[in-house]
Structure formats: structure tokens, C-alpha cells
Ligand binder design. Structure first.
Ligand code: GUN
Ligand code: ZN
Length: 435
């Protein structure tokens, strides 16, 4: 065995939305996780741990599966926190001009590296990203992820209308470019290609149908898009697709609804849409900081989970206002409160790990600390600032100890990160003592 990590070890034995959240989550106060050849080879009490070449003792810190960001736009890294617009104006004013810069492969490589290093420094080890319409933006992102040995998912964002000339492809080039990228990257190392129509307002029916055809030819791939994010957007979709029953139908009619479909936001859903998504087994992705920042609305987590939908959690950077899944969990908690249900810390941590892994159909590979899973791990300091430390010392159980970090933590709480069994070297992180 290569490495033993000691600390408070968090594991899930089930979905904490299905019953008492504390029954689905287990924290071993003096636990250990063993890593061998990039995988988790053993988990249990530290005093029963097997010998290892290297041991790292994190004391009271929480050892968790790495965070999984199920919906992000890496090309929006440099324009995060752009002020004062709602969705359509925000896209036209800030997003499209920035995305146009990715025709330059050097710029795409710069931002890919910058984004992945920021994500890792926030404890995020896997993400599902939109790229831009430029194939170069996909190559740059997968190249950068491959260098870092990360498990990532991404795809070329397709748009053939309602976008600037420099950001439009066609139905045919979207199909051809997506197919070539899929054949180049899908299944290579830890990379997965995701078919990516941006959303129905920026694709003609011909493009939606071409991408639906591509998906049916490669049905093992995920397909990601946006759904029912903002009321003005929904009204626009109705006017562009007058024959559609609802927003979901603008995808369904063109072969873009399936079990491997991943639909971001999904705030203002009609009853038919909810039933259809559940029956088909597709995933919804909650993007709380984005929904607050762009003013989109309150995702109905409790209702949707109670109806049996699969839900993941995401930053939606740069519509989302943070790279941090801790900050994202905090906002999910706040939106839950506004919608009438307080999410338990176990539910929040599950959404950011196993829940997102399940939503991306990777739940058997990543998302949990279990024997055989890939060794992508985050170590979270539960007393990373004086404000958090003074609150967590009062805690009477582990959930009370963890919750202040969920609500007030950021990248300062990320004590260490492991990707495929290797410690990620972060220049500004204090070095961890190994024995
Ligand atoms: N809908 C279509 N494109 C986008 C995007 O880039 N961000 C968000 N938040 N919503 C979108
Ligand atoms: Zn998005």
C-alpha cells in the first residue's frame, strides 16, 4: 500500500434525502483511508489500519471524497462576478465577448490551467464543464486535465443562432466538430466527452436535431444543457418554439431527452416536465450561487428529491459567484431555507460528492470513500479561520462541528487534495507533515 491518510473520515451508505440523514452518513472520528495505485484500498478505524509506505495524519480534519462540480463554464473564469444583469443581458454583455476570445488556443490553454488549479485549490477534483464553440477550447481543457490526471467531463458548446457571428457554428459543423472531439477524447484516460447544446434559444431546430442524432449514435455519452432557469428565458423559448408543450419539449422533440441527459438549473419546472425527467431517469443540477447572483429563483430541492429525481450540485462559474463547493453548499442551504426546508449538513456534503457523481453517472468510480473507488480526496480543516474555529469548538456532535465550515468556509479550509492517489502540490498551501 502506498499511503495512509488519518483524520475524521466521512462515508455515505445511502442517500441522506431518503430518510434520517445521519443514518446515511458515517463519520469515523479516528479513521483512516489507504491508497494503493491511485485507488482507495481500505477504509476503517485508524487503529486497525494496515501498514503503509507513507502516513499523513490530518488530526481533526475531515477526510471526504473530492468535491464534484456538476455544471461549470470554465471559459467564464476571468469574468466571474460581473455586475448587474439578468440572464440574457448577462450573456450578451459579459459572457459572449469573453467566450469569443477562446478562438485563440493560447488563451484557451491559459484559462484551462488557471481554472483547474483554482478548482483544485477549492477541493474540487472533478467537474462537468461547458467549453466554447471553438474545438480548441475543448482540446485545451482536456489537455490540461489530462496533465493533472483528473477525471473531468466537458464538451463543445454549440450555438447556431441568437449569438454573435464569431460565436456561431452551424447544425452540420456542430455535429462534425462534436463527433471529432468525442472520438478524440471520450474514454481517454479519465476524460469523458459531453454533447453540449448551450440551450434551446441559441440552437435552431436543425442543430438540436443534429445533436440528438449524434447522441443516439453515442448514447453512452452524457448530454448537458440548460433548462428553465429564468422566467424571461422561458417566455423567449415559448416564442421561439410555439409548438412545444413546455421548455423540456424543445429538447424532447429533437432527441435530446434521455437517461444520460444532465439539465442545469431547472428552477421553474411544470408538472409534466418533472414527471418526464423522473420517468426517463435524467439528472437535474442545482446551481445555487448562480441562481441567486443572476436572480433566477429558488430550486425546489426538497420537493424534487421527494419525487425521486436525481440531483447534483454545481457552482455554474461564472454565472455562479464562486469556485468553492463549500460556498455552493452554503448557498444551497440558504435557498433551501427560503424555499421552506433546512438541508442537513450530511445532505449538503452528499450533494457535493456522491450526489453529483450519481448525477453524472460516475457514482461507482468517484464521489465516495469506499474500497475500489478512484482516490480523489479532499481534506477539510474544520477550524480554518478564527470565526469558524470559535464556533466549531462549541460543537456537540460532528455535524455541528462541520456546519460552520460549510457556511463560512472557502479555499482556506482546504487543507489538502489528492488526485488519483497523488497529493496535489499547491504553491500557497502550508506543507503537510508526512511520517
Ligand atoms: N444559459 C445559457 N447559457 C448560460 C450560461 O453560460 N450561464 C448560465 N447561468 N445560464 C445559461
Ligand atoms: Zn450554465
Amino acid at each position: 500500500m502506498d499511503t495512509l491518510l488519518k483524520g475524521q473520515v466521512l462515508q455515505f451508505s445511502g442517500d441522506p434525502f431518503a430518510g434520517d440523514p445521519t443514518q446515511a452518513a458515517q463519520v469515523e472520528r479516528k479513521g483512516a483511508v489507504a491508497l494503493t495505485d491511485g485507488r482507495i484500498s481500505w477504509v476503517g478505524p485508524a487503529d486497525q489500519a494496515p501498514n503503509a509506505a507513507t502516513t499523513v495524519d490530518y488530526g481533526e480534519a475531515l477526510i471526504s471524497a473530492g468535491f464534484i462540480d456538476a455544471h461549470v463554464h470554465y471559459p467564464q473564469t476571468a469574468m466571474i462576478a460581473s455586475w448587474g444583469k439578468r440572464l440574457i443581458d448577462w450573456l450578451n454583455t459579459y459572457t459572449f465577448p469573453e467566450e469569443a476570445r477562446f478562438s485563440d488556443p493560447n488563451y484557451a490553454a491559459d484559462i484551462s490551467g488557471r481554472y483547474l488549479d483554482l478548482a483544485l485549490s477549492h477541493g474540487t477534483t472533478t467537474m462537468c464543464s461547458y467549453c466554447t464553440i471553438h474545438p480548441e477550447s475543448v482540446d485545451a481543457f482536456f489537455d490540461a486535465a489530462q496533465t493533472r490526471k483528473m477525471r473531468v467531463l466537458a464538451g463543445k458548446t454549440c450555438m447556431d443562432r441568437n449569438a454573435p457571428d464569431t460565436l456561431r457554428d452551424t447544425a452540420k459543423s456542430a455535429y462534425d466538430d462534436s463527433k471529432a472531439l468525442l472520438e478524440r477524447w471520450h474514454g481517454k484516460d479519465r476524460l469523458s466527452y459531453v454533447i453540449t447544446p448551450r440551450f434551446s434559444p441559441t440552437s435552431t431546430p436543425e442543430q438540436l436535431s443534429a445533436l440528438g442524432a449524434l447522441w443516439s449514435e453515442h448514447s453512452d455519452c452524457l448530454m448537458q444543457t440548460h433548462l428553465s432557469e429564468q422566467t424571461e428565458e422561458i417566455a423567449w423559448v415559448k416564442s421561439l418554439f410555439p409548438q412545444a408543450r413546455d421548455y423540456l419539449d424543445t429538447y424532447e422533440a429533437f432527441g435530446l431527452l434521455g437517461a444520460n441527459g444532465v439539465y442545469g438549473h431547472a428552477i421553474h419546472l411544470e408538472p409534466r416536465e418533472i414527471d418526464r425527467i423522473r420517468d426517463i431517469g435524467a439528472s437535474l443540477i442545482h446551481c445555487p450561487t448562480s441562481n441567486a447572483f443572476i436572480g433566477s429563483g429558488l430550486f425546489q430541492m426538497a420537493t424534487l428529491k421527494a419525487k425521486g429525481l436525481t440531483v447534483g450540485l454545481a457552482t455554474d462559474t461564472g454565472g455562479g459567484s464562486s469556485f468553492s463547493m463549500l460556498r455552493t453548499m452554503a448557498c444551497a442551504y440558504e435557498i433551501g431555507q427560503l424555499a421552506g426546508t433546512a438541508l442537513h449538513p450530511a445532505q449538503l456534503l452528499w450533494l457535493a460528492t456522491q450526489g453529483s457523481a450519481d448525477a453524472l453517472h460516475l457514482g461507482d468510480k468517484i464521489g465516495g470513500l469506499a474500497q475500489g473507488r478512484e482516490a480523489d480526496i479532499v481534506v477539510v480543516d474544520l477550524a480554518s479561520t478564527p470565526a469558524i474555529a470559535q464556533r466549531s469548538t462549541r460543537a456537540e456532535d460532528v455535524w455541528e462541528q462541520v456546519f460552520p465550515t460549510i457556511m463560512m468556509g472557502d479555499d482556506r479550509a482546504i487543507r489538502d487534495v489528492w488526485v488519483a492517489g497523488q497529493q496535489v502540490q499547491q504553491p500557497d498551501r502550508p506543507s503537510t507533515k508526512t511520517q
